[in-house]
Design a binder for this molecule. Structure first.
Ligand code: AMP
Ligand code: MG
Length: 410
């Protein structure tokens, strides 16, 4: 770790090797939440498809309401009905009103709506005391989407609104980028699952749960989670299996201790180092490299993350998550923003700090309040954290009230 590179340089180096390259596959709308659209989506037809009523009431010719007032009611004969999904069979003639439901197609001849509550109905007639203007309470064909219009762009992440709009565009199986596959290896003789009895020096393998969960909410498919002892051969074998994925993440064992075998194993397996060591706290001993030509070319991205639970969490969010997004063709920076610090944070002279913060919306915008003790082994400091505030290296302190970049966590 001769020279540490900055967080920005490290992220750029990762993104430079994370070009969109995964295959495209059709995905049923019902299973497409969180997927990334691979092709632009445009409209085959107007939405709504026809002029229709915004209200329950009666479709009328505005001229037939001329002169109606509180003291001079008028009447029209109720002749037909237009219900949602069942248009009226013919046009409205002078002197007629057609009963119409919200969403019912506006019948030819009619140009406005009298609302249900504006009329009294008896003996097949409506009586009303107001004059309406053409276009009243009518939703026009194509007002939401015009036929031919491109509505969603390739690279858009599919959330609830996008899924609904795709249904409106008559797209039952949008073309989506295949989910990036991620394999995780947790190294350490000390590691214990949550169901194993504690023993002297045992450490619960929390990374085996935080990292897959982070990968899953980023849209990746976690193909394996392995635990591996601090032993060169076992490390090599576990990493060899992990390198079959698009992204291989290994936690722990990446540092310079006598029992850290990850870097040597990656080197033996032919992974080319891109960087080793980032000017970041927590997360300095972070390794990144690329192995082989990988599925769909470009190689497997290999990340060696520090084992400390917060370090692994932070470095995943800062470096692995943008890579996963970019591989899928999505914008890797969607979850970055700025916020105002609620408290002073002393700066480190040579390292940026990722400070776990709760976010609160105030009149002055987003306010970031550090969650508590920031040690890299204090995993509970991630509880209630909405964002990482990135406090740049330098002299003095970042002062309360200062705006800082934040990486959103949710
Ligand atoms: P290492 O990066 O292997 O030097 O580990 C640094 C610290 O993180 C040590 O205290 C490890 O016990 C701890 N650690 C490593 N891996 C994990 C893990 N998967 N879950 C929780 N703690 C870990
Ligand atoms: Mg270790």
């Amino acid at each position: 770790m001769a020279e540490l590179i900055s967080v920005v340089e490290a992220r750029d180096a990762v993104l430079a090797r994370s070009g969109a390259r995964l295959a495209v596959e059709p995905v049923a709308l019902g299973a497409a939440l969180g997927r990334v659209l691979a092709e632009d989506a445009s409209a085959p037809e107007d939405v709504p498809g026809s002029d229709n009523s915004a209200m329950d009431g009666f479709a009328v010719r505005a001229v037939d309401t001329a002169g109606a007032g509180a003291g001079s009611p008028r009447t029209l004969r109720v002749a037909e009905e237009s219900r949602a999904g069942a248009p009226a069979p013919r046009a409205v003639e002078p002197g007629e009103a057609f009963r119409i439901s919200t969403g019912g197609v506006l019948p030819p001849g009619a140009d406005s709506i009298l609302r249900q509550e504006e009329v009294t109905e008896s003996g097949g007639e409506i009586r009303f005391g107001i004059e309406v203007t053409p276009g009243r309470d009518i939703r026009r064909a194509g007002e939401d989407i015009r036929a031919g219009q491109t509505v969603l762009r390739a690279g858009t992440g599919l959330g609830p609104a996008e899924l609904g709009v795709l249904a409106s565009l008559a797209v039952p199986e949008p073309a989506c980028v295949r989910r990036p596959r991620l394999a995780l290896v947790c190294t350490g003789d000390e590691l214990l699952g949550p169901d194993e009895p504690m023993r002297p020096g045992g450490v619960r393998n929390s990374n085996a749960h935080t990292v897959p969960a982070l990968a899953a909410i980023t849209g990746a498919e976690v193909t394996s989670v392995e635990r591996c002892p601090d032993e060169p051969q076992a490390t090599r074998e576990a990493l060899d299996r992990a390198l079959a994925a698009d992204v291989a993440v290994v936690c722990g064992g990446v540092s310079v201790g006598a029992h850290d075998h990850v870097k040597a194993a990656l080197r033996d397996l032919g992974a080319a180092e891109v960087f080793w060591g980032v000017a970041l706290r927590p997360g300095r001993p972070t390794w990144f490299g690329v192995e082989g030509e990988g599925p769909e070319a470009g190689g497997t991205l290999a990340f060696g993350l520090p084992g400390n639970p917060v370090s692994a969490f932070v470095t995943f969010v800062l470096f692995v998550r943008p890579a996963l997004r970019a591989l899928a063709g999505a914008d890797p920076g969607l979850d970055t923003s700025t916020a105002t610090l609620a408290a002073d944070v002393p700066r480190l002279p040579k390292r940026d700090q990722a400070v776990r913060c709760g976010l609160e919306l105030t009149e002055a915008g987003w306010l970031a309040t550090p969650t508590g003790p920031q040690g890299s082994h204090i995993l509970t400091s991630m509880l209630g954290a909405d964002a990482l505030a990135v406090v740049a290296a330098g002299p003095g302190a970042a002062r309360a009230g200062e705006r800082v970049p934040v990486q959103l966590l949710r």
